[in-house]
Design a protein around this ligand. Sequence first.
Ligand code: SF4
Length: 64
Amino acid sequence: MNSRIPEVDQNLCVGCGFCAEAAPNTFALDREKLALVLNPGGDPEEAVARAIAECPVAAISWQE
Ligand code: SF4
C-alpha cells in the first residue's frame, strides 16, 4: 500500500485526462469530465507522481 494519498482539486482540473492515463487505477474522469481519485492506492507511487508532475494545471497534490 502507498504511504501517500493523492487528491484532486476539481476547481483547477481542465479534464485533459492525462492523470487517468498515467495512473488509470488511481484516477478517473467523472461525468463532468473532471478527475477524481478512484482508488488512492491503485497504482505505484511513481505513476501517481508522474500524474502530479505532468498535470498541466497542477490540480493534483499529495494530501497533507
Ligand atoms: Fe485534470 Fe490534471 Fe488530471 Fe488533466 S491531469 S484530468 S487537468 S487533474
